[in-house]
Design a protein around this ligand. Structure first.
Ligand code: NAG
Ligand code: NAG
Ligand code: NAG
Ligand code: NAG
Length: 467
């Protein structure tokens, strides 16, 4: 009974639709429907996988106290932790509130052209800026965040728009992207919805969705990096409806990529690429495109004045993480935090420029590469593989993190033929190699170079053809 009733209503719906040609046209044009199977069926725009490396920037009112982490407000007043409470007691007058930090978000040294130039020099192919973090302060003049945005208060500037313009003006192939937090710790409308077990959607409909539409329409980001989703289900956020609009109808429908943080249960499962948990780096090949979003300052996404030198990953460590991530099919999104006065501090700048120096020599092994049949070597630790078709020839790249003490490196994964040719990126001569004595793999002799002749300082790439 039920089945035939459903069939009948389906047939009558078809008759109605057939009578309205625009209606059919619409159905044809709108490829994606507001459900996960349809949203998840969208192929990821190819620029993203080819890019491999991006820069993340966490910037907001939390950059003013720049103490502890970007979760400052929460750790001070949400679920208080002693160091934050004491920091406030010791350094600020009684009655000082978090919004009192906003007038000190001055950004007087903010030169978007300099930001663009540093990002470009890092070799990154995309940048993702926090448009709004969990504190709710919008880094653009939002109509929906009255008096709690970067135009009404300080720095009286459209931080997002100025960076978008500079990235597009001063870089050749860096894609502009935006991070956006769905929830806001202390937004009264959100707290009211939360109190009612998310049975109402006042905050979603009056704040969150209008803001998302605003940033997409005004700044046309190629990355929308969603976060702050975890307290509520995707139905509360209207995530599939929003994503259907983003993919069907928005000004970036053909180029935009998003991650997987769209409500409880979506992480590592739905959306675009998978960001799973922070600093996700599985070390093995993954079926679905993924991203390792991580921080140069091991303890914070926002800039913090209390960081010690040892808290910053070294360039050697960063190159190793890039190699491991890309070998396993991921992209690396490396985070820095600008200061309240608009600077990228020299330690971050140096790390980024050194990544760029490494990529200038070794980019062939990274950009537009594909995972190979082996991700790391089977015999020698610290060797990560990538590959690329160049014409009809498959090149395999072995990224060697540590120069072997004997100058000989045993690679267990490649199978040599008598056609095999091996070079080092940034060095012009062929390298000597022989079959490994054990029978599987090869032994490559590293070139004899003095320090001035080394093509780069951190990891060396062997390019192998016909293995
Ligand atoms: C970007 O380029 C446009 C057009 O050339 C120019 O008007 C604008 O001032 C530039 N913006 C920045 C931030 O340099
Ligand atoms: C939100 O989703 C509901 C269905 O879950 C839908 O009826 C409503 O139109 C959606 N609203 C927006 C603004 O997307
Ligand atoms: C290769 O990587 C896997 C996964 O990270 C690890 O378990 C294994 O020990 C590595 N192999 C070598 C030789 O280091
Ligand atoms: C090696 O090269 C010779 C000729 O140069 C060829 O006859 C032989 O089949 C090749 N062997 C392999 C294993 O490719």
């Amino acid at each position: 009974m039920a089945a035939s009733a459903t069939l009948l209503s389906f047939i009558s719906m078809c008759i109605v639709l057939a009578a309205v040609p625009q209606c059919l046209g619409r159905r044809g044009k709108y490829k994606y429907e507001p459900n996960w199977p349809s949203i998840d069926s969208r192929p990821l725009p190819s620029w993203y996988d080819e890019a491999k490396f991006g820069i993340f920037m966490h910037w907001g009112v939390f950059s003013v106290p720049s103490f502890g982490s970007e979760w400052f407000w929460w750790h001070w007043q949400g679920k208080p932790l002693a160091p934050y409470v004491e920091f406030m007691k010791k350094n600020y007058r009684p009655g000082f509130t978090y919004p009192d930090f906003a007038p000190m978000f001055t950004a007087e040294f903010y030169d978007p052209k300099t930001f663009a130039e540093i990002i470009d020099a890092s070799g990154a192919k995309y940048v993702v800026l926090t448009s709004k973090h969990h504190e709710g302060f919008t880094n653009w003049p939002s109509k929906y965040s009255w008096n709690w945005n970067s135009m009404d208060v300080c720095p009286k500037r459209d931080l997002v728009g100025d960076l978008a313009t500079a990235i597009r003006n001063y870089t050749k192939d860096v894609h502009f992207g935006l991070y956006h937090s769905l929830f806001e710790w202390f937004n009264p409308l959100y707290l009211q919805d939360k109190k009612g077990g998310f049975s109402t959607q006042t905050y979603t409909l009056d704040i969150c969705l209008p803001e998302l539409h605003e940033i997409i329409e005004n700044y046309k980001p190629d990355v929308l990096w969603s976060d702050g989703d975890w307290e509520a289900l995707p139905e509360y956020w209207n995530s599939t409806e929003f994503l259907a609009w983003l993919y069907n109808d928005s000004p970036v429908k053909d180029t935009v990529v998003t991650n997987d943080r769209w409500g409880q249960g979506t992480s590592c499962k739905h959306g675009g690429f998978y960001s799973c948990n922070d600093r996700y780096n599985p070390g093995t090949l993954q079926k679905h495109k993924w991203e390792n979003a991580m921080t140069i300052d091991k303890k914070s996404w926002g800039f913090r004045r209390d960081a010690q030198l040892e808290d910053y990953l070294t360039t050697d460590e960063l190159v190793a993480i890039l190699a491991e991530t890309v070998s396993c099919g991921g992209n690396l999104l490396m985070n820095i935090g600008p200061t309240h006065d608009g600077r990228i501090v020299p330690i971050f700048e140096e790390r980024l420029r050194q990544m760029g120096d490494w990529l200038k020599v070794n980019g062939d092994a990274i950009y537009a590469s594909k995972p190979w049949r082996a991700q790391n070597d089977t015999k020698t630790k610290g060797v990560w593989y990538t590959s690329k078709m160049e014409g009809a020839v498959l090149s395999v790249f072995a990224i060697v993190l540590d120069w072997p003490i004997t100058n000989q490196i045993l690679l267990g994964a490649p199978k040599a033929t008598n056609q095999t040719q091996i070079t080092m990126l940034g060095y012009s001569n062929q390298l000597q190699w022989k079959q490994a004595p054990s029978g599987t793999g090869i032994v490559v002799t590293m070139p004899t170079l003095n320090p001035a002749q080394l093509p780069c300082q951190w990891a060396w790439v062997l390019k192998m053809q016909t293995v």
